[in-house]
Each structure stands twice: as structure tokens, then as C-alpha cells.
Design a protein around this ligand. Structure first.
Ligand code: PEP
Ligand code: MN
Length: 378
């Protein structure tokens, strides 16, 4: 590969330092966040989770290159503010994707690291522009790009003047339909054999399903990746894009807690912040108290909606067995994913429904009495 004049292997591997974070050093760098920025609260919650997990960089797309023109295209400038603000509050760096020269100029003003997505890997004008800015670039491998094409795309950025390129393997298109793409982990080793640039792995867009993210992430570290880029959403079921591949916050933190030993096994380090905190009986009980409070607040909010629902129902149709069954089924499989014993959901939810139905009947009876009285007094 004679044209890898700048991207080709050198005596020393490149480590990219950006605002106190080094990508390509001994430490494995964790990047996390939703596919798309949707709201300030969503980004704040995501940033808290990334911080808790020991992640260093918050991600979130504000310009979304979507396969369908009718899919959500991103919040643009407004989303950029949510991302930057949330990252700043947690002392994290942030990364977002630029899809053309205009968005590149816009994000370069505020963002620490810029992503060029798989669909734009061979947008040569964009690559040349990315070479003219002073921010590190995460260059994703194209959907069907060979490793050589990927490295030559990096060469475009380097030869235009920007030495800070991070390669990102995110799965390639193959004939296998059980995953969204096929994660090519051998590409990590090959890219590192041919180039001095750091290589990170995005298992989310490779797998397209959250159940594989944990094992693929560990495999990526074992294969020599310098970092991971993982999609995580505070509420994946409601995500506007890539919900099925997004981890729940608890799963993200749990995975981060498991990465340290894998990193250590390949002579790297990763410290999950949550894990390093000293756990005492008191600190653990405090955590439980916080969670219990959230549960009760959630139940109270649920009951308020339940009483609004009562007004939309007929008195003889208050109990809806089909809906109850559906909800329990959905929550049991969610619980299953989060490793909750199934009997917990199966025992708690019938009680919640029972109390809700009783309160709806009571409310409807009171309402009917009020209507009767007003008719009599007329
Ligand atoms: C993304 O990171 O949100 C994204 C669109 O990734 P890719 O370009 O790898 O599909
Ligand atoms: Mn995505």
C-alpha cells in the first residue's frame, strides 16, 4: 500500500490527545450515548450514565444520515447545544457526526471530536475539509469498504493537514442477515499492522441488536481496539433511531464494570468509575434508598395517569385483561434482559393493576353520583 504515505505504519503508534483524554494510549476509551440527540433531558441522563460507567466521551447525532428520507434527520443546531451542555456538566468530551461541509464547519466550533460516518467514508470533499480543521476525526469504515479503501480515506484527511484521525470499525455488509452488519474484528489487527492510527470499535451498528453488545465489546478489546463506541439510550423503547441496538443505562454501566479484566488481560487498562467507588453498607443502602424513592415517585405518577384513563373508560369496561397481559409480558421480557427474576414482575404488576382498577371504579362511581345529584337538583 504505497499510497499510505502518512497513514502507513511508523516506528511509533499515534496516540491522540484531546482535552486531557488520550486515544491510542494504554487506557481503553469508552464513548457512549444515544444514536440521535432528542432532548436536553435525554442527553443529561445519557451523560450521567457515561460518567458513572467511567466513559470519557459523550456521543449523540444531531445530523443523521438516514437510509430513508422520511426517517428522523436530527435536531441540528438545537441538538448540538443539548449535547455540548450535557457533556460539559459531567466533564466529558463530546463527539457528533458531520455529514457535509456546512455541518462540519458548524460542529467544529463546539465539538471536541468529529465523526465521519460510514456512508460518507468516501465523500472525498468532506474528507479534505476534515483535513483542514483542528479537531480529531473519528473515521468510520464504509459499509462495504475494504481496509485499504478505509485507510486511503484516512490518508485524504492526513494529507490535507489534520494528523488526528481515529479509525472506527463498525461492521461491514455481508450476506449474513441475523445481524445488521458483520463486525470485522480482524480489521482491528490488520489496520494496526498497516497503520499507526488508533482504532476503535463500534459494536452497536455492527450487531444492530443489544444482546450481542457486551460480548462483542469484550472481543473488540481483546482484539486490540483502543476504545469502544457504544449506543446507549435512557429509554431505548422510545428512541427515535437505533433503539433495538441501544443499551439500557444499567446495561451500559454493568458492561463497563466488566471491561477492566478484559483490558488487563491484554495489557491495557479500563476503570469503571462506579466500580472503583468504595462500597460500604451505608453507601449501598443510600443507593437503595434513592432507587426506592424513584420507584414510589414513579408509582405516584402512574396513579395520576390511571385516574385520567378512568375518565376515558366505561364503568363496565374498567378492567382490561388483554392490556394487562400485554403489559406484563412486555415488562417480563424487559426484566429478563435486565436479569430480574421473572416472578418479581409477575407478582408486582397484578397488584399494581388491581389497585389501579379499584381506584378507577371508585372514581367513576363518584363521578356518576355527582352527575345524578346535579340532574336531581335541576
Ligand atoms: C452513528 O454512529 O450514529 C452512525 C450513523 O454510524 P455509521 O455511520 O457507522 O452507520
Ligand atoms: Mn445509530
Amino acid at each position: 500500500m504505497k499510497d499510505l504515505k502518512l497513514a502507513g505504519l511508523k516506528a511509533e503508534r499515534s496516540a491522540i490527545e484531546v482535552n486531557g483524554v488520550t486515544i491510542g494510549g494504554k487506557e481503553i476509551i469508552l464513548i457512549g450515548g444515544p444514536c440521535a440527540v432528542e432532548s436536553s433531558i435525554q442527553m443529561r441522563q445519557s451523560a450521567e450514565t457515561v460518567k458513572k460507567a467511567g466513559g470519557k466521551i459523550l456521543r449523540g447525532g444531531v445530523f443523521k444520515p438516514r437510509t430513508s428520507p422520511y426517517s428522523f434527520q436530527g435536531l441540528g443546531r438545537e441538538g448540538l447545544n443539548y449535547l455540548v451542555q450535557a457533556a460539559r456538566e459531567q466533564d466529558l468530551l463530546c463527539v457528533t457526526e458531520a455529514i457535509d461541509v456546512a455541518s462540519l464547519k458548524l460542529v467544529a466550533e463546539q465539538i471536541d471530536i468529529i465523526q465521519i460516518g460510514a456512508r460518507n467514508m468516501q465523500n472525498f470533499e468532506l474528507l479534505k475539509m476534515a483535513g483542514k480543521i483542528n479537531k480529531p476525526i473519528i473515521l468510520k469504515r464504509g459499509l462495504s469498504a475494504t481496509i485499504e479503501e478505509w485507510l486511503l480515506a484516512a490518508e485524504y484527511i492526513l494529507s490535507s493537514g489534520n494528523p488526528h484521525v481515529i479509525l472506527c470499525e463498525r461492521g461491514i455488509r455481508t450476506y449474513e442477515p441475523s445481524t445488521r452488519n458483520t463486525l470485522d474484528l480482524s480489521a482491528v489487527g490488520v489496520a494496526k499492522e498497516l497503520s499507526h492510527l488508533p482504532v476503535i470499535v463500534d459494536p452497536s451498528h455492527a450487531a444492530g441488536r443489544r444482546d450481542l453488545i457486551s460480548s462483542l465489546s469484550k472481543a473488540a478489546i481483546a482484539s486490540g481496539a483502543d476504545g469502544l463506541l457504544i449506543e446507549m439510550h435512557p429509554n431505548p423503547a422510545e428512541a427515535v433511531s437505533d433503539g433495538p441496538q441501544s443499551l439500557h443505562p444499567e446495561q451500559f454501566v454493568q458492561l463497563a464494570g466488566e471491561l477492566g479484566v478484559v483490558a488487563e488481560a491484554v495489557n491495557r487498562v479500563f476503570a469503571c468509575r462506579q466500580k472503583n467507588k468504595e462500597e460500604t453498607l451505608e453507601s449501598l443502602r443510600n443507593e437503595i434508598d434513592d432507587i426506592d424513592q424513584t420507584i414510589i415517585e414513579g408509582l405516584a405518577a402512574r396513579m395520576q395517569i390511571v385516574s385520567k384513563v378512568a375518565d376515558k373508560k366505561r364503568l363496565d369496561r374498567v378492567k382490561d385483561n388483554t392490556r394487562e397481559k400485554e403489559v406484563i409480558q412486555r415488562l417480563t421480557s424487559l426484566g429478563d434482559e435486565l436479569k430480574l427474576p421473572p416472578e418479581l414482575v409477575k407478582k408486582i404488576y397484578p397488584i399494581i393493576f388491581e389497585v389501579a382498577v379499584q381506584s378507577q371504579i371508585k372514581r367513576k362511581l363518584v363521578r356518576e353520583k355527582e352527575i345524578d345529584c346535579s340532574l336531581v337538583s335541576r
